[in-house]
Write a protein that binds this ligand. Structure first.
Ligand code: ATP
Length: 815
């Protein structure tokens, strides 16, 4: 649900209007219209609240003039019902209409749990017991109110340590109080409902939420628009609307973590006739049952898939590891640490205990990225090495791909890999594919982002029986490239024209070739720990090539002494329409020393598990330069050397408009950053590329400080920025950066300059690199969409001239 492709498909978020950007906000005035305007169709439609008030008035007048105002609902407790609850129950039994105060219904018990306390001080046992008693009055399941409390606290801080602490505490309470709610809590906190390769999508249009706002919170269209314009976030609109709602007709049924998660899966699974009504009624019910404005806010943010609590994948994995070091479900047999003992450890010792646990959980997730399997396993056996066996590599479950590190140029690469045997491979411009095949011959193909692509490539599926001859089961990886009848590579864009699903093999017009580069699993045995040399040997000796359909990546084995040959190979790669080369370390040990080189090809197992990696780190020199396949790791043992950035001497002056939370080392900064060109005709800004190169750490920090969440430089989604994705933060556009790039491409994603070069596609930049801030330019002087289109045309013209010159040369040589 949260993978990029799924995200792209989502409805765009409510937006902040361009008027508010250029002319300042007219919000105050609009606010007055939010609730006072009559229904737009002039009919007497009563919202839940309006109807409740009307009936209350009639009831007061006609039936019981002396009845006092209904008091606020008190939170139910495990103990005996309050007199108020008793009265309500009696009324309900007698079929008498009852009104509920909406604001007073919050779950005050969950609100008092100090989830932001230091996890080594937090008394999870006490709170789990208290809450269990409280939950038992509501059916026994952990309440959504508790999770909401964690969300509220997490979104009030940008400190990753604090967010991890809050998640650890809430997970511990749930593990001890209601372990069956841990899994749904993990899905909800990571703002997803299934792994990317399960095609379960919420698929909720914005109109369903808007309808629910009207129906449940009594807003009219004008009021709703006004709130959206002012707040820009559907969750914040829900918060505001719920805050203003004082009565509900139906007594809310407290939301449980499980209940909310099940509602989401029901929405995702409802298909066909009547599914729209079904989705609407589930959404209505969720909004109706949300107790208090914060629950409403987070239910809605969950529905629009924009939770914004900073619980990215790594944060959740760390929190799970730490929580299960300290807590276990009742009856589980694994050992946990005493909180007291951990609290007494020295800082480095504690870090080591945490790191070991975290590495195991992360390693398991990287091999088997599915909480549906990981969480039950953790609850059963705790954090142990066995996780990697019980929840490790498995056919038809995609592992997270190994990633390459960027290098500036060939000379930097040669310096980094001095003393090592490496292989240079063409870096094809296609789509990464992970191909799984089991003993029965069933095939699955997954994308770089773990999405199912089996139905997109039936032609690749049909090749498998021919390529695997003596092999029973395997997982291999390669790059799918579009090719013409002669095997000539076609640009990446050609691949994007292929449908994503239900491709009929007979109707395929664009052929593809899979250039295989790795083998991760063979005949029931994971190969991740083997050296690349060994994996490659197995791949090339056991599988069968089919010309122009399935073949090995073009490669050259070399060392740093072979700079000339490597340079020639790099040139041949770029001449063959490749993006550059991938350079991969072949063996684990440096080849220089005699012992090392003799070890290099013979070592069957290279460090890959956390314990082994630690060993290697102690060995100093070999740190990070492992030739094993490390899922989800960006290692220096895989280096990307791309076409020279300076290939285009032109630069563009772009406006930074949004950012994402960085990964790994860059987690504390915004990276990548979304950049836009100006469209002087519409006054809008058109996103053109994401940039994460050329920034110094100092610059990243200054940028983070400048665009700090909560500061006026961070705004809600602006409608004047044309972009379909979901950045983590939107910048108030105010500066211009000079950006270098390799070339300009037609893009299926970005819509900058759409209509100027192509009617269907916009333009984007390849390999954008930050050069400097243009202090001398205001955003009105940033590059325009027209200028971008002009550069694209110049580039095409240059390519045409070069092609003619090359063709002439060939003719000359032939003569
Ligand atoms: P990354 O995938 O590293 O996060 P990215 O999405 O920006 O970065 P690139 O920088 O273009 O992608 O480089 C990595 C991609 O190159 C791989 O994901 C893969 O699709 C592609 N690729 C092409 N040829 C090879 C090869 N021989 N070995 C590995 N990857 C290759």
């Amino acid at each position: 649900m949260s993978s990029p492709a799924k995200k792209r498909k989502r409805d765009t978020q409510p937006t902040r209007s361009i008027a508010s950007f250029f002319q300042g906000q007219a919000a105050k005035k609009a606010e007055q219209t939010e609730q006072s305007s009559p229904p737009e169709d002039g009919e007497q439609h009563f919202s839940d609240e309006a109807l409740a008030r009307k009936l209350q008035a009639e009831w007061n007048n006609e039936q019981e003039p002396a009845t006092p105002e209904p008091p606020a609902t008190v939170p139910p407790t495990a103990a005996s019902p309050s007199p108020e609850q008793d009265r309500e129950r009696k009324k309900a039994k007698a079929g008498v209409l009852s009104l509920q105060s909406s604001t007073g219904a919050e779950d005050t018990i969950s609100l008092t749990v100090p989830l932001d306390e230091n996890p080594l001080v937090f008394n999870s046992f006490r709170y789990a017991q208290e809450l269990k008693a409280h939950w038992s009055a509501e059916g026994g399941d952990a309440s959504y109110a508790l999770l909401t409390r964690a969300f509220v606290l997490a979104s009030s801080t940008t400190s990753r340590i604090a967010i991890v602490g809050i998640l650890v505490n809430v997970l511990r309470v749930i593990i001890e109080g209601d372990p069956t709610s841990v899994l749904p809590a993990v899905w909800l906190a990571t703002n997803s409902i299934s792994p990317p390769y399960h095609e379960l999508e919420l698929g909720l249009g914005g109109s369903v939420i808007s309808k629910a706002f009207k129906k449940i919170y009594g807003l009219n269209s004008q009021g709703l628009k006004s709130l959206y314009d002012r707040l820009g976030d559907a969750g914040d609109v829900a918060f505001e609307a719920k805050k203003r709602q004082s009565f509900t007709l139906v007594k809310p049924k407290p939301l449980s973590i499980k209940g909310v998660y099940q509602s989401l899966t029901k929405i995702a699974m409802s298909k066909g006739n009547g599914s729209q009504n079904m989705k609407e009624s589930i959404v209505n019910k969720l909004l109706q049952d949300a107790r208090g404005p914060e629950e409403a806010r987070y239910v809605v943010r969950t529905l629009v898939q924009n939770l914004r609590i900073g619980a990215v994948k790594t944060t959740m994995l760390i929190a799970l590891a730490r929580a299960l070091l300290l807590s276990k479900p009742e009856g589980a047999s694994f050992n946990v640490h005493s909180q007291h003992d951990l609290a007494r450890l020295k800082k480095e010792e504690l870090t080591e205990v945490y790191n070991n646990a975290e590495e195991l959980v992360k390693a398991s997730y990287a091999r088997h990225p599915n909480y549906n399997d990981l969480v039950p396993c953790l609850l059963e056996i705790g954090v142990s090495e066995e996780l990697l066996v019980r929840c490790g590599l498995q056919i038809h479950t995609p592992l997270m791909p190994m990633l390459g590190s960027i290098t500036r140029d060939l000379s930097e690469m040669l310096t980094k890999l001095q003393g090592r045997d490496f292989t240079c491979e063409y870096k094809y411009d296609g789509q990464r594919a992970q191909v799984h095949c089991d003993e029965t011959g069933k095939v699955s193909i997954f994308s770089r982002h773990l999405e199912q692509m089996t139905e997109k490539y039936p032609d690749l599926v049909s090749l498998v029986p021919q390529i695997r001859e003596g092999v029973s089961s395997f997982i291999l990886e390669g790059e799918v490239v579009a090719v013409d009848q002669n095997g000539e590579h076609q640009p990446f864009q050609t691949l994007t024209n292929r449908a994503k699903k239900n491709v009929e093999i007979g109707a395929i017009s664009i052929n593809v070739c899979l250039f295989a580069f790795d083998l991760m699993y063979l005949n029931g045995t994971p190969l991740l720990d083997r050296s690349l040399r060994e994996r490659r040997e197995l791949l090339r000796s056991l599988f069968v090539q089919i010309p122009n359909r399935f073949t090995w990546v073009k490669s050259l084995d070399a060392t740093s002494a072979d700079s000339e040959t490597v340079l020639d190979f790099f040139k041949s790669a770029t001449d063959s329409k490749c993006e550059g080369i991938m350079v991969k370390v072949l063996d684990n040990a440096p080849v220089k020393s005699a012992t090392a080189s003799s070890n290099s090809t013979n070592t069957p197992n290279t460090p890959n598990t956390p314990a082994e990696v630690k060993e290697v780190k102690k060995g100093g020199r070999r740190k990070e330069l492992l030739s094993s396949y490390s899922p989800d790791q960006r290692r220096e043992s895989w280096l990307k050397v791309k076409k020279d950035y300076s290939a285009s001497s032109e630069t563009l002056d772009l406006i930074p408009v949004a950012g994402w939370h960085g990964n790994g080392r860059k987690a504390k900064w915004w990276s990548p950053i979304l950049l836009a060109v100006r469209n002087p005709e519409t006054g809008g800004l058109e996103a053109v590329t994401k940039c994460m190169s050329g920034f110094s750490d100092k610059f990243y920090q200054a940028n983070k400080d400048k665009y700090e969440q909560g500061s006026p430089n961070v705004i809600s989604r602006p409608s004047y920025v044309e972009y379909n994705g979901e950045p983590d933060v939107w910048f108030n556009p105010q500066e211009v950066w000079e950006i270098a790039f390799a070339d300009i491409t037609l893009s299926p994603t970005y819509i900058a300059a759409i209509g100027l070069v192509s009617d269907e596609r916009g333009l984007s930049l390849r390999f954008p690199r930050f050069l400097k801030v243009r202090e001398d330019k205001s955003i009105d002087e940033a590059s325009t969409a027209d200028y971008l289109a002009l550069l694209y045309r110049k580039q095409s013209e240059r390519a045409r001239i070069e092609e003619t010159a090359n063709a002439d040369q060939v003719v000359e040589l032939a003569e």
